[in-house]
Each structure stands twice: as structure tokens, then as C-alpha cells.
Design a protein around this ligand. Structure first.
Ligand code: FAD
Ligand code: FES
Length: 272
């Protein structure tokens, strides 16, 4: 897949909640190639400080209009600078990077999406895509966060799924507990999903992976790791896992070019 570098024009950059922003970018070259689950590397400032580009998933993609959207949580220097950018300014981006989500089988009766915190940023584009590709599948979202103020507004996802279940660690909204416990609480043994997509913090993914493997549910997981180059040069994004290229299995997977989307069997979760 062709990658592009372009100066993307900021069309909007607004807060969705106290710690999360949404940036809309006019980026026709990247948008043309982008798929859900892939990401862009953003140079947050032309001053080269911070020096390394930061990776962000495609939150939404509009190929016809040449627009991509990012939803990002402010956690450090780079994202703080991003949050100060104004409409009309540009940010240099490179992408699309990574493999992206594959669609579920044609006959998948129910597809579940499990989002933990800012992991939701990668799943909205996936839900939108599956709504178009598999209109007969029942789409159910489980959305967990530490506390209610971390949720992004439901206007961004409520029309994409048939059911939404919220959970918070502190009980301030929805089910009180983890998103996996929330899933288990609404699931009888007879109503397991045909397919599952997940994105969130490592501990959430780990527990969800054990659960899908145990219940033989086909799934894809979108993972994060701290990235240097984002394009396979530095090997800094390695995680314990295995990819079979037909001549023996590897011991590590590289999130930027073999991921960020993996089948649960490809990761050594116990070592994460
Ligand atoms: C493929 C991919 C897609 C991503 N998509 C999104 C997204 O859509 N929205 C979003 O908000 N974030 C996303 N992230 C995480 C995002 O890239 C980091 O939060 C960002 O780079 C932090 O930059 P910073 O300069 O603000 O923080 P820094 O000052 O670099 O770091 C602040 C803190 O964040 C931690 N951190 C830095 N990078 C990462 C990382 N890659 N993963 C986990 N923790 C990190 C650091 O260890 C440190 O504790 C994604 C990461 C990857 C690898
Ligand atoms: S971030 Fe450099 S190889 Fe993946």
C-alpha cells in the first residue's frame, strides 16, 4: 500500500471531554489509501520538538472529501502541543501505516466491539466499515473507561451499533467494573458473538484475549507500543508474539508493520 507524506490542513481541533480532542484534517493523499485500524504518524510541530512523530489511529475516514479524523488523549508533550493547534494551521503526516482490520466472515451474525478508554478511537472507523460491509450483522459495543468523563460523546458511535453497554471502574456510569466483566454480565453461554474486535490498554486486551481464546471466538485486537520510526526501521515497537512466514515463527511482532491489528493467537499475552 502506498504511503504519503503531506501537510494536512486542520479543519477543526476541539475538545470532546477534559482530556480528549478531535482533529479533522484535510489530507487527500492519505485519506485515499486509508483503512480502518491503520494509523498516521504526526509531526506535531514544525520545530522538530518533540523530534519523533506520534502515531494516531484513523477515527474516521472520508475518501471522497479527502478528510481524516483523529481522536487523541492528551498525555504528554506531543499531544499537548497538538491540542493547541488552530483551524487553518497544518501538521505534517505520513501514512497510512500498518495493516488495518479485516472484515468478519459474510455470515457473522453478531459482531462485538470492545473498547477500553482511548481505544475507542480505532474502533469507530471499524464499526462504520462493518455496518456497510456486513449490514445484516448485529453490532454490539462494550465501552469501558476509568470514569464517566473519559467517554467520548455517543453521537460519534450510537448510530453505528444496535446496542451499547458502558462500564466504568469507579461506577460513575453504566456497569461498575471492567469492560470484560460487563460483557460477561450481559452474556449467557448461548449468546457469544460470532466475531469480536478490541482495542484498549494492555491489561484489558490480555483478559479479553484469554476469554476469546477460551470460548473459541474469532477476533482481532488493535495493539499499541511506543514507536520510533513507525515504518519498520528501528524495531522499537516489538512485542512478544509470533508471525508465521512459512519458514518458522518469529519471536516478536512489530506493531508498526505487522500490526497494529493482530489475531489473539499471534501475541504472547502472558509476557506483555
Ligand atoms: C498504532 C497506534 C495508534 C494510536 N492511536 C491513538 C489514538 O487514536 N488516540 C490516542 O490518543 N492515542 C493513540 N496512540 C497513542 C499515542 O500515540 C500516544 O499517546 C502519543 O504518542 C503520546 O505522545 P505525547 O508526546 O503526548 O506523550 P509522551 O510525552 O511521549 O508520553 C507521555 C506518556 O504516554 C506514554 N506513551 C507514549 N506513547 C505511547 C504509546 N504509543 N502507547 C502507549 N503509551 C504511550 C509514555 O510512556 C508516557 O507515559 C496510538 C499509538 C499507537 C502505537
Ligand atoms: S516503530 Fe520503528 S520498526 Fe516499528
Amino acid at each position: 500500500m502506498k504511503k504519503h507524506m503531506e501537510d494536512a490542513i486542520i479543519l477543526e481541533n476541539v475538545r470532546l471531554n477534559p482530556t480528549t480532542c478531535r482533529m479533522i484534517l484535510q489530507a487527500p493523499a492519505v485519506a485515499r489509501e486509508a483503512r480502518p485500524g491503520q494509523f498516521v504518524m504526526v509531526r506535531v510541530d514544525s520545530s522538530f520538538d518533540p523530534f519523533l512523530r506520534r502515531p494516531f489511529s484513523f477515527f474516521r475516514i472520508d475518501r471522497n472529501e479527502g478528510i481524516i479524523e483523529l481522536v487523541y488523549r492528551i498525555v504528554g508533550k506531543g499531544t499537548k502541543i497538538m491540542s493547541t493547534k488552530q483551524k487553518g494551521e497544518t501538521v505534517n503526516i505520513v501514512g497510512p501505516m500498518g495493516n488495518g482490520f479485516r472484515p468478519p466472515p459474510e455470515d457473522a451474525a453478531s459482531v462485538w466491539f470492545v473498547a477500553g478508554g482511548i481505544g475507542m478511537a480505532a474502533l469507530v472507523a471499524c464499526m462504520e466499515d462493518i455496518r456497510l460491509r456486513r449490514p445484516r450483522s448485529r453490532r454490539v459495543l462494550f465501552y469501558g473507561a476509568k470514569t464517566h468523563s473519559e467517554f467520548i460523546p455517543k453521537i460519534y458511535f450510537s448510530s453505528l451499533c444496535h446496542e451499547v453497554h458502558y462500564s466504568t471502574d469507579d461506577g460513575s456510569a453504566g456497569f461498575c467494573g471492567t469492560v470484560l466483566d460487563c460483557m460477561k454480565s450481559v452474556t449467557g453461554a448461548n449468546s457469544l458473538p460470532s466475531y469480536l474486535y478490541a482495542c484498549g490498554p494492555p491489561s484489558m486486551l490480555k483478559h479479553t484475549a484469554n476469554w476469546v481464546i477460551e470460548n473459541k471466538i474469532p477476533a482481532q485486537f488493535c495493539l499499541e507500543s511506543v514507536m520510533g520510526c513507525g515504518m519498520g526501521a528501528c524495531l522499537g515497537c516489538a512485542l512478544p508474539g509470533q508471525v508465521d512466514y512459512g519458514h518458522g515463527k518469529t519471536r516478536f511482532v512489530h506493531v508498526c508493520f505487522e500490526g497494529p491489528v493482530f489475531y489473539p493467537e499471534q501475541i504472547r499475552w502472558e509476557e506483555l
